[in-house]
Design a protein. Structure first.
Length: 263
């Protein structure tokens, strides 16, 4: 049967992140994508100019209606909006692998998750996460610890997040300094993924895209380390090909359909 996945996230009118990036990623991995939209955003490569939340009952209805008819193999959760939306998502989540990308701030700097929703995420969604995929600022905000500046600090925060309920934590090190970006997948063990830092401003949607790629791998039945490793390697190609798209005047998107496909 065709592998399937559901993305629960906001709509990005510019097409580079959110629902749009997730569905492109699912398609690139040969996974049929379904969706539940949590917010409508007006944005481009330079700014988010408007965010209109979808009613929590409508979010849950989208999820339940799809799940009543279509088998879902994995779920990716991105931008959720507020505490009421988080509770609605949690109430309708199926018993499937869940990739939780704790989207809090857009690359433009716009706040996407209010402070009062962080506690709701920790209480209702983090314990449901098969894998949590925070960048360094998001991990610091969730743990209330200082921004991790070393791999040891990243590991400490990953273990704190696992203690809060996530089965695996993928600490994304792109916000750190240096010529090499290091991610740490932390479960019972630690798997280190490193890649050269690429000189491009076209990285809009990288977090959404990576988490969706992991969800696609899990939907295809891959074990966690394999799904994360394949997604990480594929994203490096999508970033390397991003400049070739020539889209927008700010932080452009990565190239979801770069040559070669998932490896």
């Amino acid at each position: 049967m065709t592998p399937t996945a559901m993305t629960i996230a906001g709509s990005d009118s510019g097409g580079g992140a959110g629902i749009q990036a997730d569905l492109k990623t699912f398609a690139a991995f040969g996974v049929f994508g379904t969706s539940a939209i949590t917010a409508i955003t007006a944005q481009n490569t330079r700014a988010v100019t408007r965010v209109d939340p979808v009613a929590p009952a409508t979010i849950a209805a989208q999820m339940r209606t799809v799940l009543a008819d279509i088998r879902i193999d994995a779920v990716k959760i991105g931008m959720v909006g507020d505490a009421a939306a988080i509770a609605a998502v949690a109430s309708a989540l199926p018993d499937r692998p869940v990739v939780l990308d704790p989207v809090m701030v857009a690359k433009s700097g716009d706040l996407l998750l209010p402070e009062d929703a962080v506690d709701a995420m920790v209480a209702h969604l983090l314990p449901r996460a098969t894998v949590l995929t925070p960048n360094l600022p998001e991990a610091a905000r969730l743990t209330r610890l200082p921004l991790a500046g070393t791999e040891a600090a990243m590991l400490e925060q990953a273990r704190a997040l696992r203690a809060m309920g996530a089965a695996f934590v993928l600490m994304k090190g792109g916000h750190a300094e240096g010529p090499v970006c290091v991610d740490l997948l932390v479960g019972d063990g630690v798997h280190r993924l490193a890649a050269p830092r690429q000189a491009t401003r076209n990285t809009h949607g990288t977090g959404c895209t990576l988490s969706a790629a992991i969800a696609a791998g899990l939907a295809r039945g891959q074990p966690m380390e394999e799904a994360v490793t394949r997604a990480h390697r594929w994203l490096q190609g999508a970033i390397a090909a991003a400049d070739g798209l020539g889209l927008g005047h700010g932080h452009g998107p990565v190239h979801h359909f770069h040559s070669g496909g998932p490896q």
